[in-house]
Design a protein. Structure first.
Length: 450
């Protein structure tokens, strides 16, 4: 009996060891799968493998911005037509653009379409919400597209607007089946009244945009009021995402009325609008900015609240600086709302400064403006930052405007900001200590998400 019991016990132990080995093998397989999944996520989020060309170059020298060849090339490369007519007016800081926007909204008779990235509770949210409620009750079709990540509105406020007849839609809410696209945000600024008047630029709806950049509680930013074909391009920027999010296709004269080009001008404004929804190898914003930079002959002014230039952007601006173009870049100082992005910006400064690019940090408050001026003729305005996220992940909208008068206003605004900025000098920059250099290197590891 003892022998039989011993054999049974030994057999049981061998069976348990086999089961244990099988369990260990299964654990190792699942552990390996977890490691591979983690590596795949890291590579996808933080590395550029397969997402952009090794280099960008033009087949021949890019023609100047006031030439037909430049407009034709840009139009063809980004797939957007050259338009003629309309107006564009620069509105500097909240003291100017908020009253103008609210006045136009109050005058709406048929439609209000409103899309910005940030909505935060406060005085400006109350003001805009009340106007939309009043206009909806008056029979105006009011549609509000909110980014689900950038919006921080109380549900009670949204319900109040919806009860008044405002159609409110959130863009890409966090839900099952949508997490792989959740990080691709709607960053567009597309505000359109009656299909005829539009606003775009860097601002959104929050109290920090109020004022005139007098102190660090009042952000420095711009909006541009447009009419004619430029307003229609903003209507398109809104309608495209509204259809994809809400399911409602916007049609009819109330949405796309006959364009009024305004009073005749000896030299009518010409423009190219781009509504960017990047994917895979299609990054039209990179082409739009790249050709604009390469076309500079005299000066290239860049204002960017979040300046994280990829290698193509760095090569374009340094090439222009070495060719004798006056290249100046305006970025925020330590009053930025995104410290890691500022550190990432710093990681590229020595390369830019060594090539002759001049870099300034705005001093009074957070500088949130985003625009480009080339040779006092060509301007690029809209929602896009000069970073990887705007070019490769977010939906954005920009308008390139060929108009000396508008470019002059934008260039004067840029120079006014330089007067309140501190220039970073190469010799001083090279003397910074090891701790800032370490912080810059760490921040640069995450440029794919800025």
């Amino acid at each position: 009996m003892a022998t039989r019991a011993t054999r049974h016990s030994n057999g049981t132990r061998r069976l348990n060891r086999v089961k244990l080995r099988d369990q260990h093998w299964a654990v190792r397989v699942f552990f390996a799968i977890g490691i591979l999944a983690t590596i795949g996520a890291i590579v996808t989020l933080f590395f550029t493998l397969g997402r952009r060309p090794r280099a960008l170059w033009a087949t021949e020298k890019t023609p100047p911005v006031d030439s037909r060849q430049f407009l034709d090339a840009l139009s063809g490369d980004v797939g957007s037509a050259v338009q003629t007519g309309g107006t564009a007016v620069l509105l500097r800081n909240g003291d100017r653009f908020f009253p103008a926007m609210l006045e136009d909204l109050r005058a709406a008779r048929r439609t209000i379409h409103f899309s910005v990235y940030i909505w935060e509770k406060g005085r400006m949210t109350d003001a805009f919400s009340e106007v939309m409620i009043e206009r909806a009750r008056a029979g105006v079709a009011v549609r509000l597209l909110l980014d689900s990540f950038g919006t921080h509105l109380p549900n009670g406020r949204i319900e109040e607007m919806e009860k008044a007849g405002v159609k409110v839609q959130k863009f890409r809410e966090a839900r099952l089946g949508g997490f792989t696209r959740y990080h691709r945000r709607n960053h567009r600024r597309a505000i359109v009244i009656d299909g005829r008047i539009g606003y775009t630029g860097g601002a959104a709806v929050a109290d920090k945009w109020m004022g005139d950049a007098r102190d660090d509680t009042e952000w420095r930013d711009d909006m541009v009021r447009v009419t004619g074909p430029l307003a229609r391009s903003l209507q398109s920027a809104f309608a495209e995402l509204w259809a994809g999010s809400r399911g409602e296709i916007l049609v009819g004269d109330e949405i796309f009325p006959e364009i009024d080009d305004g009073p005749p001008r000896a030299q009518p404004l010409r423009s190219i609008a781009l509504n960017s929804s990047p994917f895979d190898e299609r990054h039209p914003l990179r082409l739009f900015f790249g050709l604009s930079f390469l076309a500079a002959r005299q000066h290239l002014y860049i204002a960017s609240s979040y300046f994280v230039p990829d290698k193509h952007t760095r090569r374009f601006v340094t090439e222009r600086a070495r060719a004798g173009v006056d290249v100046r870049i305006l970025v925020p100082n330590e009053k930025t709302d995104a410290w890691p992005i500022r550190q990432a910006t710093h990681s590229y400064l020595e390369e830019l400064l060594s090539a002759g690019v001049r870099v300034y940090e705005y001093q009074p408050t957070m500088m949130h403006a985003k625009y480009v001026v080339v040779d006092g003729l060509w301007s690029v305005v809209g929602s896009a930052n000069m970073d990887v996220r705007s070019k490769e992940l977010n939906t954005e909208n920009v308008i390139g405007i060929l108009d000396p008068a508008f470019a002059r206003d934008l260039a004067e605004s840029f120079r006014a900001d330089l007067a309140r900025s501190k220039e970073i000098r190469l010799d001083q920059w090279r003397r910074r200590g090891p701790l800032p250099r370490f912080a810059e290197r760490c921040a640069a590891l995450f440029v794919e998400q800025y």
